[in-house]
Ligand binder design. Structure first.
Ligand code: SF4
Length: 547
């Protein structure tokens, strides 16, 4: 018996990725639909005219869960729920009527007036909450929508903003905390940051991107804005013929599918940085993948195209001219964090001090402003390593300032543990969190300072509350990803999946995920102590932990 021939396979239609430039303009998911329905920046008028008067219950669901982000507002986690229980709740059950509000501080530097405005908003509207993020933002919690217009008024009166601090748009532009004063700086990137901020932030042509877009611009050669993990980075570099300018990197990012940025191999002068930035962000807007949010970052496009095609499209379609080639400049061993006392180019000093995992407060910032002013300085800077730098200090005031900062818990000569441990927001406020990060990391530092005070070289410990990577776990010596784990009695408790051996800088790479290495929160001090002692006992000359 002969069987009938199989029907020829139907050619499968390739599903589009939602790339606008290829004609896929119809929204392929709810997020894209929401952005198409109404440009998210328009939500400000509704906050000012409706929600601030009628309160939380009046907020439209699409605005609440989506568009509010474009003005730096996320609903915060409902207070008092522990990690084990919240893991089983639906997102809407986690909503509370308060918000996290993120203030973008482009370039990271703050005048005293701006510092005081932030401190006062925290005290008056945020129950004193304020965290320094690892992208030079400040985050308040406990914000009531009724207070938002007043908060904007206060912040904007001193030149600060929450516009596009979150959402699928160009986020805060990171800049060297010591721009304009560092003796090591090759070029001051602040004019480019200011130009991008004033030309493009809030421009509706760039407020509907596939997802967030992260920028870093620094003329410091020490990678002090972690350029390797940004969507686009401009890093100070000297061209042998053209002089100081910027080396351009694209396509970096962490989260659940990390990639290091790649060099375009191009040199860009300071005054052309905004135009090249516009070209890169336009490629992301036009060609970025919009179908799946998990693929909607520039890094996926860069990986799929390759860096040569990316540069070619940038030059031919967006700039209309070739860029100037640049050979690879030197990369520092590890990113500089500016902690300690450093002489400025003008003979004065800057003093970098470690916070404890970015947790500060409004009252502390008020006292900091007083201390800074009393020591003759008029400005500070936040760093991508959750540190605070006081700028422009006369030599004879330095030691008094160092002592006064220490009284505030800001240490210019911290232990290695305090200097190199970071933590994300965690379960206290973040709705995606599975575990507590800030308290656990702070307690870990205290323990390790007692147990391993002899540590004389950096071991970076980064603590995340979930599989996202707000605290950059993949690039830490010891990366701790929050999850529920089983304790020795078989009960589910807060714990961490361990990633070991990540780094940024010269030997940049992602830590290895050790499947067998899961520790409970309570075991954490023992675990890190054991690792560090093993390293100290076995290291050879100058060998780093990651090696
Ligand atoms: Fe929240 Fe996860 Fe980011 Fe931490 S890493 S702030 S828990 S989303």
């Amino acid at each position: 018996m002969s069987s009938s021939p199989a029907a020829p396979a139907r050619p499968r239609r390739r599903k589009g990725e939602g790339q606008w430039a290829l004609g896929y303009r119809e929204p392929l998911n709810a997020n894209e639909q929401s952005k198409k329905d109404d440009n998210p920046l328009n939500v400000r008028a509704r906050i000012e005219n409706i929600y601030a008067h009628r309160g939380f219950e009046s907020i439209d669901g699409g605005d609440l869960r989506g568009r509010f982000r474009w003005w730096g507002l996320y609903t915060q986690r409902k207070a008092g729920i522990d990690g084990g229980k919240t893991a089983t709740l639906e997102p809407e059950e986690l909503d509370d009527s308060y918000f996290m509000m993120r203030v973008r501080i482009d370039g990271g530097q703050l005048s005293l007036e701006q510092l005081r405005a932030i401190a006062d908003v925290s005290v008056d509207f945020g129950r004193g909450s304020a965290d320094v993020t690892d992208r030079q933002n400040i985050q308040f919690h406990w914000i009531d929508v009724r207070d938002v217009p007043t908060i904007w008024q206060r912040l904007e009166s001193v030149g600060l903003s929450t516009q596009e601090a979150c959402g699928d748009c160009p986020r805060v532009i990171m800049g060297s905390p010591v721009a304009g004063v560092s003796a090591d700086e090759l070029i001051d990137g602040r004019p480019a940051i200011d130009a991008i901020e004033s030309r493009y932030i809030g421009d509706q042509a760039f407020s509907n991107l596939p997802r967030k877009f992260k920028t870093a611009i620094s003329g410091h050669p020490g990678h002090d804005v972690v350029p390797q993990i940004n969507d686009v980075a401009f890093v100070g570099a000297v061209h042998p013929e053209h002089g100081p300018g910027f080396d351009v990197w694209v396509g970096g990012g962490l989260s659940t599918n990390p990639h290091l940025a790649l060099r375009l191999g191009a040199w860009v002068p300071l005054d052309e940085v905004p135009e090249v930035w516009e070209g890169v962000v336009s490629i992301f807007r036009d060609y970025g993948y919009r179908r799946l949010r998990s693929r909607a970052r520039l890094k996926f496009l860069v990986q799929d195209w390759g860096i040569e095609k990316f540069r070619e499209v940038l030059e031919t379609k967006y700039l209309g001219r070739p860029l100037i080639d640049l050979d690879a400049p030197a990369v520092p061993d590890t990113p500089v964090d500016h902690v300690g006392v450093h002489r400025q180019v003008d003979g004065r000093f800057y003093v970098g001090a470690a916070t404890t995992v970015g947790r500060i407060s409004g009252p502390l910032l008020q006292r900091l402003a007083d201390v800074v002013e009393a020591h003759g300085s008029a400005r500070v800077a936040l760093t991508p390593m959750q540190k605070i730098v006081v700028l422009d200090v006369e030599e004879d005031r330095v030691e008094s300032l160092v002592a006064a900062l220490a009284e505030l818990g800001l240490h210019a000569r911290p232990s290695q543990w305090r200097q190199h441990t970071m933590a994300c927001t965690g379960i206290e406020y973040c709705k995606l969190a599975i575990v507590n990060t800030k308290d656990r990391a702070a307690a870990l530092i205290d323990e390790l300072e007692q147990r391993v005070p002899e540590l004389d070289t950096p071991i970076t410990v980064n603590v995340n509350g979930c599989p996202n990577s707000c605290a950059r776990i993949q690039t830490a010596d010891i990366g701790l990803k929050g999850q529920l784990v089983l304790n020795e009695d078989g009960q589910q408790v807060e714990g961490f999946q361990v990633h070991l051996g990540g780094a940024l800088g010269l030997d940049a790479g992602f830590g290895r995920k050790l499947r067998a290495h899961k520790v409970t929160g309570d075991e954490l001090p023992d675990y890190v102590e054991k690792l560090s002692r093993t390293y100290l006992a076995n290291r050879e000359d100058g060998e780093s932990f990651a090696a």
